[in-house]
Design a protein. Structure first.
Ligand SMILES: *Cc1c(COP(=O)(O)O)cnc(C)c1O
Length: 413
């Protein structure tokens, strides 16, 4: 979906050079076809196994992205009421929404109950009681699943590992047992499932299997006590290839989950984020200067850590592609932004042959890109475009300084 045509990188049929000329830089560019292809491939991998995809909104919450996925039949995994409002604004189906997160506020629980969401993924005994009380106030009932922390090592970056006992997420196995028994007694909650989410960018399948095994032991024990389950939510976390990672095939992933269910009649809910949208986006940026410090080469571009935080936050690798290939020798460079932090880099030690004014594309930036952006250094956040074959839609205009200043005011004296 991002390929060179006559030496120029294109998004589907649209030249990134033309896009940069028309919309400026830095700009996020998404391929609709790539999102659709990934959604369909995951859906097909599960075949006859009853399943539902609940896209993790936080990976990329642009309304157009949510709309495209909603049109394909996707539900959504949200972590705030802001994300619920986005799903609704994008025309998504709130009855296919699951709500995760360790710190859901009362107003968020209330809003989600009002929209009759599919399931609350409960992350503590206290949250369960709070939800029951609010459902009582509203004279309704809440469908719940407990998010279990199975204490499994996902073998990924520590900042994106969530299923270890040291992580704040989920309810440990012994507490989950007692919390399910308690939930069964509460008048305003109905148990519908069980779930986990053990981390992100998982390149191995064994941790998924281990986690589901732990969940299935709980399911078996509780079923024997008369508590019934309709679904198991296996979370998100499937990796994409940023560099040279060996990434599991979707079919293998589906097979590992089917095997772990071992014939139990449970609908599988999936919460993929990165795996659906990560490869569907690039960040297009223009070189402002090149410079050398004692023989070290820097390419200073107009995108920075405030636009794409992953390299600074996780030391993440993104491929750097010249939008127009230039003949001649490439040299090893660090690609850095204008922000006043040494952590402000997009890539280090890359062989590039670029000059001031050239465009480059930061690859695989569709997930955790724009969503993690900020106004640090009073920089306007980038525009977002969605490409559909030969058409280009501006799905978020570039911020202006007026946008930034609109929320601020001077004190009276
Ligand atoms: C972030 C998150 C996801 C999505 O993770 P990916 O690695 O992007 O697939 C799914 N579920 C929950 C609860 C999350 O917090």
């Amino acid at each position: 979906m991002f390929e060179y045509r006559q030496g120029v990188l294109h998004a589907e049929a649209v030249s990134l050079e033309a896009i940069a000329d028309a919309h400026g830089t830095p700009t996020y560019v998404y391929s609709r076809a790539r999102i659709e292809e990934r959604y369909r491939a995951l859906h097909e991998a599960f075949g006859d196994t009853p399943h539902g995809i609940r896209y993790a909104v936080k990976a990329n919450s642009n309304l157009a992205v949510l709309h495209v996925l909603g049109q394909l039949g996707s539900g959504f995994d949200i972590v705030s009421c802001g994300e619920l409002e986005r799903v609704i604004a994008a025309g998504g189906d709130s009855t296919k929404v699951v709500f995760s997160g360790v710190g859901k506020r009362d107003d968020e629980l209330r809003l989600a109950l009002t929209h009759d969401i599919e399931c609350f993924n409960i992350e503590s005994p206290a949250e369960l009681d709070r939800l029951n009380a609010i459902a009582e106030e509203l004279k309704t009932t809440a469908r719940v699943a407990l998010r279990v922390n199975p204490d499994v090592d996902p073998r990924t970056h520590p900042y994106i590992s969530t299923g270890l006992r040291d992580n704040k997420f989920g309810i440990d196995v012994p507490t989950a047992l007692s919390t399910y028994r308690r939930a069964a007694e509460l008048p305003r909650v109905g148990i519908v499932g069980i779930g986990c989410h053990i981390g992100s960018q998982l390149t191995e399948l064994a941790p998924f299997a281990e986690a589901i095994d732990a969940l299935m032991r709980l399911v078996d024990q509780l079923t024997a006590e008369g508590i019934t389950f309709e679904h198991v939510d296996v979370g998100g976390g499937l990796a994409i290839r940023y560099r040279d990672e060996k990434v599991p095939e979707l079919n293998e992933y589906a097979e590992v989950i089917r095997r772990a269910l071992d014939g139990r009649k449970l609908k599988v809910l999936l919460e993929p984020g990165r795996a659906l949208v990560g490869e569907a986006g690039v960040l297009v940026t223009r070189v402002i200067y090149t410079k050398d410090n004692l023989g070290k080469h820097f390419v200073v571009v107009d995108a920075a850590m405030n636009d794409l935080l992953r390299p600074a936050l996780y030391d993440a690798w993104h491929d750097v592609l010249p939008v127009r290939r230039r003949p001649g020798n490439a040299v090893s460079c660090d690609v850095v932004g204008p922000v006043c932090e040494s952590a402000d880099f997009l890539a280090k030690g890359r062989k590039l042959n670029v000059r001031a004014g050239d465009l480059i594309a930061i690859a695989n930036a569709g997930a955790y890109g724009f969503g993690m952006s900020s106004n640090y250094n009073s920089r306007n956040r980038p525009a977002e475009l969605m490409i559909d074959a030969d058409e280009c839609f501006e799905v978020r205009r570039r911020e202006t300084l007026a946008d930034q200043l609109a929320l601020e005011s001077l004190p009276p004296t």
